[in-house]
Write a protein that binds this ligand. Structure first.
Ligand code: UD1
Ligand code: UDP
Length: 365
């Protein structure tokens, strides 16, 4: 049995790490294809190294400066790789352009082959829906779920989405949990040795953490301005630092605002996984538009404020560990007030930290 894994972006590397670890341990015949959608060292190589992920056998230089050229180049090259390697399974994770390119290349490849020569397309983290088709990821997720043969669905909530779209027929489906629980669980033991708090001169529970990278937040100057000014206001009101590791998409835009930022807003490069996890585990509240961070904060029992108008992680909102505020200053500040002094329970709906093991067993069966 031969597996092809197509990946590239930071969250894909993180969330596929535990499955790749099992493939390595079991000496499975597998190879990686990196589209290089994420190409900066601190968004890519650092994570490959940290999680001990083998070097991709194929590197497609399809970086994302133009989406048309990204898709045309990656589709063509993944198609050639499939023709040469003839894997039995093609695995993609989540909802990025890389995941869509991998899945679509597999599906087009299959049109030229008889049933027994087809590659089975596997979607890890299937069924998530924000019901907001303005997000490219929402379109990606839907297409990937339609085209995939095997779906690994994190929660019953996501399973319902698939059911409502009539997508349960003619597919193999497992409610597996989310592999992020494997990663958080296995890294929690390593957190004691961390000294990132010292680096930023922080005390536990005495600072906020923030990340922003969605186009609708950062490429829209009105929304971005609103959030940045709200961060200023919050750090003044509470006299606390906001640690803000900046995604490359956000970096250029932030330059325009830097002078207007309060000195308590600490801008930094994207952080390594273990440093970021440690900061998240010990902060008061996390502000984010990230998908993965909504999950991780709820697993760690840290309140999350999601500065978006829709989320595919609605389960965290329903469970009251995440408040979705959009870009509105009043809503963000009121959410901070609500979360500031309370302890929230850790959410265990995303899985038990042994999700990759379940996925592996299911694939082998
Ligand atoms: C992508 C995913 C998003 C995911 C995010 C994880 C899509 C449509 N979006 O968004 O779902 O949440 O990754 O972080 O696939 N850039 C660099 N270096 C890098 C990566 C990006 O400089 O390593 C810059 C480039 O200017 C690039 C821009 O960021 O044009 C946006 O990158 P892109 O991969 O298109 O989207 P992300 O915002 O990273
Ligand atoms: N992350 C990290 N360093 C950072 C910011 C985030 O390691 O400076 C991790 C975070 O813990 C989570 C993942 O990156 O596991 C989330 O990635 P991102 O927000 O880029 O993508 P999304 O989850 O929104 O697709």
């Amino acid at each position: 049995m031969k597996f092809c894994i197509v990946l590239s972006t930071r969250p894909e590397i993180i969330k596929l790490a535990s499955l790749i670890k099992i493939f390595k341990k079991k000496k499975e015949n597998f190879f990686l294809v990196n589209t290089n959608q994420h190409y900066t060292k601190i968004m890519s190589k650092v994570f490959f190294n940290y999680f001990n992920i083998p070097k991709p056998k194929y590197n497609i230089n399809a970086n994302s400066s133009s989406y048309i050229s990204f898709f045309s180049k990656s589709l063509k090259e993944i198609g050639n790789i499939l023709t040469k390697e003839k894997p039995n399974y093609l695995i993609v994770q989540g909802d990025t352009n890389t995941a869509l390119a991998g899945c679509l290349a597999g599906s087009i490849y299959n049109r030229q082959h008889l049933d027994n020569k087809k590659v089975k397309i596997v979607h890890v983290e299937s069924g998530l829906r924000s019901f907001d088709e303005k997000m490219p990821e929402e379109i990606n997720r839907k297409i990937i779920d339609i085209l995939s043969d095997i779906l690994f669905v994190p929660t019953k909530f996501d399973m319902n989405n698939l059911k409502n779209e009539n997508l349960l027929k003619n597919k193999k489906i497992l409610k597996s949990g989310n592999t992020i629980t494997d990663v958080v669980k296995s890294n929690l033991n390593l957190l004691n040795k961390n000294n990132i708090l010292k680096k930023f001169k922080l005390k536990k529970r005495d600072y906020f953490l923030a990340t922003l990278h969605r186009p609708e937040t950062v490429d829209n100057s009105i929304n971005f301005k609103k959030i940045i000014y709200t961060f200023n206001k919050i750090s003044n009101l509470y006299k606390k630092k906001i640690i803000f590791p900046v995604h490359p998409r956000t970096e250029k835009i932030l330059k325009k605002f830097k002078r207007k930022l309060n000195k308590n807003i600490i801008i930094t490069n994207p952080l390594e996984y273990i440093d970021f996890l440690f900061l998240m585990k010990n902060c008061r509240i996390v502000f984010t538009d990230s998908g993965g961070i909504q999950e991780e904060s709820s697993i760690l029992g840290i309140p999350c404020i999601t500065t978006r108008t829709s989320t595919e992680r609605q389960i965290t909102v329903k469970s009251k560990v995440n408040i979705m505020t959009g870009y509105d200053k009043k809503k963000i500040i009121s959410a901070v007030r609500k979360f500031y002094d309370i302890k929230i329970k850790k959410l265990n709906l995303f899985g038990d930290g042994r999700v990759a093991e379940k996925i592996y067993k299911f694939l082998k069966k």
